[in-house]
Design a protein around this ligand. Structure first.
Ligand code: ZN
Length: 212
């Protein structure tokens, strides 16, 4: 099965992808991880990618595509795979067959903007031991204090409402045409991502028509 996952930052795509990978025994291929691995390998291409990202530039579609093609030739992809973070826009989606990628289903993990904002603005991190909390879903025993080491908890710089709103706006602008594209092709399966992790997984299997 060849799938892609679509969802806003904070929608729970990573968690869903790792559960699907385990249960369906097909790998999740994240373009972000591919880029990081290439940089980590110290190759010429990795150096080039690192320079682009460090200067705040985007990595070209061609670079991402060539890394992706290389990865998909690995033997663990022979029964299918889950793409995470690709395609990101309609142009990339239209180009998939040229890369030898024939998507069977696109799963849209739907979470309302207000829930995304609740999830992301509620995150707290310990600057000392890096323990993570959530004021609503995983609170520390004493408000604002780390259970592990007693340090004062902090909000990450990119978890402010302004930054999150900006990321959501970009997400919607890029993704709406992509969703429309998959819907017209009959490949779109929408899953409610506001349920519990377990229920979201069950909803996804149902949408995929998979019985375990
Ligand atoms: Zn701590």
């Amino acid at each position: 099965m060849v799938l892609t996952l679509i969802g806003a930052p904070g929608a729970g795509k990573g968690t869903l992808a790792s559960t699907l990978t385990k249960q369906l025994e097909i790998p999740t291929i994240s373009t972000g991880a591919l880029l990081r691995d290439e940089i980590g390998s110290g190759s010429e291409l990795g150096k080039e990618i690192n320079a682009l990202i460090s200067n705040g530039n985007f990595v070209s579609d061609e670079m991402v595509s060539s890394l992706l093609i290389k990865r998909l030739q690995q033997p663990d992809c022979k029964n299918g795979y889950i793409l995470d973070g690709f395609p990101r826009n309609e142009t990339q989606a239209e180009n998939l067959p040229n890369l030898g990628i024939y998507l069977e289903k696109a799963i849209l993990l739907s979470v309302s903007d207000s829930e995304i904002i609740t999830r992301l603005t509620g995150r707290r991190e310990c600057p000392n031991c890096r323990a993570t909390y959530h004021i609503k879903y995983n609170p520390s025993k004493v408000d604002g204090v780390c259970d592990v080491c007693g340090a004062a908890l902090q909000v990450r710089a990119d978890d402010t409402p302004e930054v999150i709103q900006k990321r959501l706006t970009i997400y919607h602008k890029q993704t709406e045409p992509l969703i429309q594209f998959f819907r017209q092709k009959g490949l779109l399966y929408e899953v409610d991502g506001e349920d519990s992790i377990d229920q979201t997984f069950k909803n996804t299997l149902q949408a995929l028509g998979v019985t375990l």
